[in-house]
Design a protein around this ligand. Structure first.
Ligand code: FES
Ligand SMILES: [Fe+2]
Length: 339
């Protein structure tokens, strides 16, 4: 099985937050491809393969000069469209037209920078984002961390899996000694699925109680290839939405980006941000440590060998979609589970 999701190269993937790209080039990687980001003329973001077309020096080692990126090996300069605008030492008449660097489709929107690895012929592709991300009727903020070790697939399974919350996040989200009945319903579409959790009482962990109030329903969606979206709903509708992107950098490392969305008006955006971050920081650290241990074990044994139990209902549809297969539309459930 490929360690990268089948649709990765044709998907828009976040690569950096806007605030992370300033006056220096930024080296990143997606699906094993080194990429350099920089701000060209007027601050417009540019994404090039991080490989100078001259002698394949890393362009991210270079410097910015008047909105162009100058390679530090021989000083060739490239503009935001990848065109070579100077090859020092050649004199005025040098023809540079065929010396350009390879560009990627790039878009900066709502505080994040997205790229698409595969650019076909024709007009530049339009950015597509999951529902609610950047929606003007809601407050949003982004969260990201340095890359985590492991497979993006395991991170996606982790975030779709509620059963680890009683253990890894014991006391924060749910509690292991006081499980409660929840109705779980899976709905499959050809190109994605969602899992709804209906419950009469909110989760018993203190973070859940603090942040959510009266929760009635939560829904976790997998939007292939790299995106999870969780929505929490109370009697008056959406209370919180988390969109998480797990971007594989290499076969053994991924970078997570989260966009947190709340309806406008109930509390100031900065206060909601602080409250949510107080929850995200410890919970994400617990997941990072767990996924790191899982990956170390998988690596020590030369690869994964999983046995799925009666609660592992998302594993098969998740893995199939990740590998580029399609699902049979349908509904599975409701099942009563104990969380
Ligand atoms: S390798 Fe970049 S200018 Fe020569
Ligand atoms: Fe978790």
């Amino acid at each position: 099985m490929t360690p990268f999701p089948a649709g990765l190269s044709s998907a828009w993937a976040p690569i950096a937050l806007s605030r992370q790209l300033r006056a220096k080039p930024l080296a990143r990687q997606i699906g094993g491809v080194p990429i350099v980001l920089f701000r060209g003329v007027g601050g417009a973001v540019a994404a090039l393969e991080d490989r100078c077309p001259h002698r394949n020096y890393p362009l991210s080692d270079g410097k910015l000069r008047d909105g162009t990126l100058m390679c530090s090996y021989h000083g060739w300069r490239f503009d935001g469209a990848g065109a070579c605008v100077e090859a020092p030492g050649a004199g005025e008449a040098a023809a540079l037209g065929r010396l350009g660097a390879r560009t990627l489709a790039v878009a900066e929107r709502h505080g994040a920078i997205f790229v698409k690895l595969e650019v076909g012929d024709g007009p530049p592709p339009q950015l597509e984002l999951p529902p609610l991300v950047g929606d003007p009727d809601h407050d949003h903020f982004w969260w990201t961390r340095d890359p985590w070790r492991g497979r993006a697939l395991d991170a996606l399974e982790n975030i779709l899996d509620p059963f680890h919350t009683n253990f890894i996040h014991d006391g924060l989200i749910r509690v292991s000694r006081a499980r409660q009945p929840v109705r779980q319903t899976l709905t499959f579409r050809e190109d994605g699925f969602e899992v709804a959790y209906d419950q009469d009482d909110p989760d018993r962990g203190w973070m859940s109680r603090l942040l959510e109030g009266e929760r009635q329903r939560s829904v976790g969606r997998y939007i292939p290839p790299i995106t999870f979206q969780g929505r929490w709903e109370g009697p008056k509708g959406l209370t919180l939405c988390a969109t998480a992107f797990f971007v594989p950098e290499t076969q053994e490392r991924y970078r997570a980006f989260g966009c947190w969305t709340t309806p406008k008006g109930r509390a100031p955006a900065w206060l909601k941000r602080q409250a949510i971050l107080a929850f995200v920081r410890p919970v994400s650290e617990q997941d990072r440590v767990a996924l790191d241990k899982q990956h170390a074990t998988i690596t020590a044994f030369g690869g994964p060998r999983f046995k799925s139990g009666p609660t592992d209902r998302v594993t098969v549809p998740l893995t199939r979609l990740y590998q580029g297969e399609r699902l049979e539309p349908g509904v599975d459930g409701p099942h009563t589970i104990w969380l």
